[in-house]
Write a protein that binds this ligand. Structure first.
Ligand SMILES: C[S@@+](CC[C@H](N)C(=O)[O-])C[C@H]1O[C@@H](n2cnc3c(N)ncnc32)[C@H](O)[C@@H]1O
Length: 315
């Protein structure tokens, strides 16, 4: 009981990133249907609902705690929202079942929320001692401990290199295998730090890349992202907007490549003499260069510093 009362004080709500830019990009009109694929604490959702009259919002999240937080925050809008515990990879079918087909806008605000990071027992942070968990959905099967303690050295190296862009992935994987079983976040952070030669006062913690890689592997983030973006495009009505916020280069690359591919009529190799792909453009790009937060926003919310925003419009 005390924990429930203290939770919002100890873990203040996630501060939504680039909110005014998101609202402008979604071009919200009265009576429109919008989908927030990562509702989190409901910060962006609240801004969307306030942006125009009679907006209907479908909010999706894998994290049941996030949905509770969003529900509390959006308690004044019960008849205008539907919250779904689900994976945005299934956005197209969730939209069909939630009166949200032919949406005017779909927002992806990817990654982990401040609340998740700051809730020690979720195991996302190397700064707080906790079991190695990192699942967005605590009902899903694989935890970070399973990967760390069961995967082969080769597979660990591939995950840490490909999903964390850690140049010394081999050394990290070797140290992990040599030191297991590893049960907690801080134990893992110590093992990773020991394997890498970081300058004593480096701005970036040596375990940052490895933790990002494990979180992405635990939650199949890249696979979900690709499928979710395609589902979102399918769900949008003509002229509807797809808006994405990414926080590191790997997920931004997935969004950039997918949007560019969906914005052209032919995706055959340049060497192909005639088109055999039958691909048709489904979106047009609104911004060729990514948008980033203002200096003032980064000053007041340092977690916004790596945000990149991309916008596409359904054809
Ligand atoms: C950065 S937070 C979103 C914050 C939110 N925009 C706000 O204003 O509070 C990202 C959220 O996405 C959720 N998430 C991550 N992957 C997901 C997926 N595949 N499907 C649904 N939700 C997902 C996480 O659980 C987390 O709550």
């Amino acid at each position: 009981m005390l924990a429930t009362i203290l939770e919002p004080i100890m873990n203040p709500a996630h501060v939504p990133v680039m909110t005014s830019e998101v609202i402008a990009a979604l071009a919200i009109k009265p009576g429109a249907i919008h989908i927030d694929c990562n509702i989190g604490d409901g910060g962006h959702a609240e801004a969307i609902l306030n942006a125009s009259r009679d907006v209907f919002l479908l909010g999706i999240d894998l994290d049941a705690d996030a949905l509770d937080a969003a529900e509390a925050r959006l308690s004044g809008y019960v008849s205008s929202i539907r919250l779904v515990h689900g994976n945005f990879a299934d956005v197209a079918s969730i939209a069909v079942g939630s009166r949200a087909r032919d949406a005017s806008g779909v927002l992806f605000d990817l990654g982990v929320s401040s609340r998740q990071l700051d809730t020690a027992e979720r195991g996302f942070s190397f700064r707080q001692e906790a079991p190695l968990d990192m699942r967005f959905d605590i009902e899903s099967r694989t935890t970070a401990a399973d990967i760390v303690n069961r995967y082969s050295e080769r597979d660990l190296e591939a995950i840490i290199r490909d999903l964390g862009e850690e140049p010394r992935a081999r050394a990290v994987a070797r140290a992990i295998v040599r030191n297991r079983r590893i049960e907690t976040t801080t134990e893992l952070a110590r093992v990773v730090t020991g394997a890498l030669n970081y300058p004593a006062h480096s701005r970036v913690h040596p375990a940052t890349r490895t933790f990002q890689a494990l979180r992405m592997a635990v939650n199949s983030e890249l696979e979900n992202l690709e499928q979710g973006l395609l589902g979102a495009i399918e769900t949008l009505q003509k002229g509807g907007r797809l808006v994405t916020l990414t926080y590191h280069s790997i997920e931004d690359r997935v969004v950039k490549n997918l949007m560019r591919r969906e914005a052209v009529d032919c995706i055959c190799l340049p060497s192909a003499p005639i088109c055999i792909c039958d691909h048709k453009a489904s979106v047009r790009l609104i911004n060729r260069r990514v948008l980033t937060p203002t200096r003032e926003e980064i000053r007041s919310n340092p977690r916004a510093r790596s945000a990149k925003m991309r916008i596409a419009e359904k054809l």
